[in-house]
Design a binder for this molecule. Structure first.
Ligand SMILES: C[S@@+](CC[C@H](N)C(=O)[O-])C[C@H]1O[C@@H](n2cnc3c(N)ncnc32)[C@H](O)[C@@H]1O
Length: 284
């Protein structure tokens, strides 16, 4: 990812969420409060101006997103399901005793900001690339900081998660945690993904879980984004955020075991796939 620029794909996910808000049937899927919080965050961070925000909430935006859905089939609505999946995992994790929530590659996600006041006994941590983190931090400051939400700017491709969290005083390596890696893993190299899972396994206590989304590999071993995979991979490269990692769902179990986790497909929901992404849950 280009180091000096804020993530375009994080911005795209957030605008997608805004557009999904214009579809009444999405009310039952999108997490409560996500639209208002995302709008505020995009505005106060300076990522988006009022005109773009207004457009993103229009029926025209919905039509444009559907018109381009052929490139990544089903992915427009899939973002709502992805947000719902992550929030479900976090709420479920807290119910089961997690006291630390770590959101990797958080982008303009508002889950930490929204849930922090509801769960004062839980600490929410977010890590993102410094360029995106700077905008996010500006937005969160304007929206009102949460005492139990800690934003960290780090390039996980360059600095180990273990080292990053070693310098975060409040992170407790032996406490139960829930880690989210939503829409992140495809941007890391295979070595970095294996490292990330292995390091995550070493920074959490018993009963912890990690919820994530991933792109499945096709027969040729490349990420499989549907019939237009070649175009998608090229476009991702052009915008400076190439897709570097994917895995066949049947290989996920052994992969996670090699990294110190156990696959928990039963916890990833009835539908493990929405759009071009699969959802996974790993447990310690
Ligand atoms: C597609 S966006 C997803 C954002 C958010 N998780 C969501 O789904 O709304 C990918 C995010 O991963 C972050 N990211 C990519 N490579 C990273 C790296 N090496 N270190 C830290 N964050 C990274 C980007 O800055 C961006 O915010």
């Amino acid at each position: 990812m280009a180091r000096e620029k804020a993530s375009r794909t994080a911005y795209k996910v957030a605008l997608n969420i805004m557009a999904l808000g214009s579809k009444p049937e999405m009310d039952t899927i999108l997490p409560t409060g996500i639209l208002e919080a995302t709008e505020k965050l995009l505005f106060y961070s300076g990522a988006v101006g009022p005109k773009t925000l207004k457009w993103s909430k229009s029926n025209r935006a919905v039509s444009v997103y559907y018109a381009f859905d052929w490139i990544l089939p089903g992915q427009f609505e899939a973002f709502a399901h992805r947000k719902a999946f992550c929030e479900r995992q976090v709420r479920d994790g807290i119910d089961r005793g997690a006291v630390q929530i770590l959101i990797l590659g958080a982008g303009y996600d508002t889950l930490g900001w929204r849930l922090a006041p509801e769960f004062p006994g839980v600490t929410f941590f977010e890590i993102d690339h410094p360029a995106t983190h700077r905008l996010k931090a500006k937005g969160i400051e304007a929206m009102g900081c949460r005492e139990n939400l800690i934003l960290i700017g780090e390039d996980l491709g360059r600095r180990k998660l273990l080292d990053v969290l070693d310098s975060v005083v409040l992170w407790e390596k032996t406490s139960q945690a829930l880690i989210i890696a939503e829409g992140l893993l495809m941007y890391l190299t295979p070595g970095a993904v294996l490292n990330l899972f292995s390091q995550c396994a070493r920074i959490v206590g018993d009963g912890s879980r990690m919820a994530f989304s991933y792109i499945p590999s096709g027969a040729d071993g490349r990420p499989d984004a549907g019939p237009w995979t070649g175009l998608v991979l090229w476009l991702q490269k052009v915008v400076g955020e190439p897709w570097l990692w994917s895995i066949r769902p049947e290989e996920l179990g052994p992969f996670l075991e090699g990294a110190g986790w156990k696959d928990r497909p039963a916890h990833s929901g009835k539908m493990r796939k929405h759009g071009v992404e699969f959802y996974g849950v790993a447990a310690r």
